[in-house]
Design a protein around this ligand. Structure first.
Ligand code: AMP
Ligand code: GLY
Length: 401
């Protein structure tokens, strides 16, 4: 069985690792992959956004399944070209991926589906949130508590070119909830919390995510939350003729009035995937394949009941710069020997040794019987890894310790 994982981050490494684990017959491929994934399968020099290159790779390999990680290729419709050529794909069509690619489309679907969400405002008056309409790599959202912040946000959001939306500012804990869909049925995957700011105590600029933990405390059962939030969206997208096949990721604010949607993403989260994958029991490959083939009804996923924590090691100037390259990385074997999983986010191999090559370099994940136990193991493993200039948060999941 040949499976191609598309992408090159720690999320894709975690997915590849979970797919490869326990599947002796699996031939794992990645496009383009990274040095961590190269330990599990074959990496091909095809970029994640190269539609023609991916199609020809999938056809050459006679791939049984293609799993697409990042949002850019999904929103660009890369899944469509593959499907039109008879290839099974886990990942939504370009039309369905607009749930992430366009805030205006997402709001329209949410309204029609009756899912509780941040309300849209017609004027920008503090407190409020100003959001660029299209994909902006997490940089197009401006939380404004003062009139001066609104002025700055309105100026900055125009730099993104297209439209923008204004919505009410919600307060509470933020959680990410994931469910897998074949376009009709849903399987709950899990909930996790991501730490988006660069600094301890949630200060400083937003990043791609500096750590995560799972499970998270929720006011209602996870399955009920998925019924309330994901189900109506899956039904509405199907009704509109663009069924969603893939991982539907709801970013929720747990407000005093109940959970409300901040955004939907059309993919697995990064770094949430790095904590969810080690907790999955059973056959993930079978489930992704069933979703891609359009019938999840006979399948299920169970979680181990343990907890997982991941800590991201980034370069010294991240998030201002994501090109920290050439520093030697030591200690991965020791961290693994201590029981952690180390997922590569931005690494390269030079002269047979591992070096930094990116912004978020590694995701160090550990599991344990509780969040505090997993946290302790994750930080013990972090202490064993070194590269010059490494920066990481010391408070991932600390509120639960
Ligand atoms: P998004 O790209 O929509 O996930 O927004 C990025 C971050 O901005 C979220 O993770 C929240 O921390 C924050 N955010 C977005 N929308 C709101 C909102 N309506 N109220 C409060 N915070 C928000
Ligand atoms: N962890 C947030 C995201 O993947 O967008």
């Amino acid at each position: 069985m040949d499976v191609v994982v598309v992408g090159s981050g720690a999320r894709e490494h975690a997915l590849a690792w979970r797919l490869a684990r326990g599947h002796g017959l699996l031939e794992l491929h990645a496009a383009p992959g990274n040095p961590g994934i190269a330990e599990l399968g074959r990496c091909h020099p095809v970029r994640a956004d190269d539609a023609d290159g991916l199609l020809s790779l999938a056809l050459t390999l006679d791939a049984d399944l293609v799993v697409i990680g990042p949002e850019g290729p999904l929103v660009a419709g890369i899944a469509d070209g593959l499907r039109q050529n008879g290839i099974a794909v886990f990942g939504p069509s370009g039309a369905a991926a607009r749930i992430e690619g366009s805030k205006a489309f997402a709001k329209d679907v949410l309204r029609a589906a009756g899912v509780p969400a941040a309300e849209t405002l017609s004027v920008a008056r503090a407190p409020c949130v100003v959001k660029a309409d299209g994909l902006a790599a997490g940089k197009g959202v401006f939380v404004c508590r003062t009139p001066a912040e609104v002025d700055t946000a309105l100026r900055d959001v125009t730099a993104f070119g297209g439209d923008f939306v204004i919505e009410e500012l919600l307060e509470g804990e933020e959680v990410s909830v994931f469910a897998l869909s074949d376009g009709k049925h849903l399987i709950t995957l899990g909930g996790a919390q991501d730490f988006k700011r660069i600094g301890d105590g949630d200060v400083g600029p937003n990043t791609g995510g500096m750590g995560a933990y799972s499970p998270v405390p929720l006011p209602v059962e996870l399955d009920e939350l998925v019924e309330r939030v994901h189900r109506p969206v899956i039904d509405e997208l199907a009704r509109r003729g663009c069924p969603f096949v893939g991982c539907l990721f709801a970013g929720l604010m747990l407000t005093d009035e109940g959970p409300k949607v901040l955004e939907f993403n059309a993919r697995f989260g990064d770094p949430e995937t790095q904590v969810l994958m080690p907790l999955i029991e059973g056959n993930l490959l079978e489930v992704l394949m069933a979703a891609a083939l359009g019938d999840l009804s006979g399948t299920s996923i169970s979680m181990s009941g343990e907890a997982a924590v991941t800590v991201v090691l980034a370069g010294p100037d991240y998030p201002a710069r994501s090109d920290y390259s050439g520093a030697r990385i030591d200690g991965l074997d020791a961290a693994r020997a201590a029981g952690a999983s180390v997922f590569h986010g931005g690494t390269a191999v030079r002269d047979g040794g591992l070096i930094t090559n990116g912004g978020r370099i590694l995701s160090v994940t550990a599991t344990g019987p509780s969040v505090p136990a997993a946290r302790e193991r994750a930080y013990d493993a972090v202490d064993l890894i070194s590269f010059e200039g490494a920066r990481f948060r010391t408070d991932i999941a600390a509120a639960h310790a």
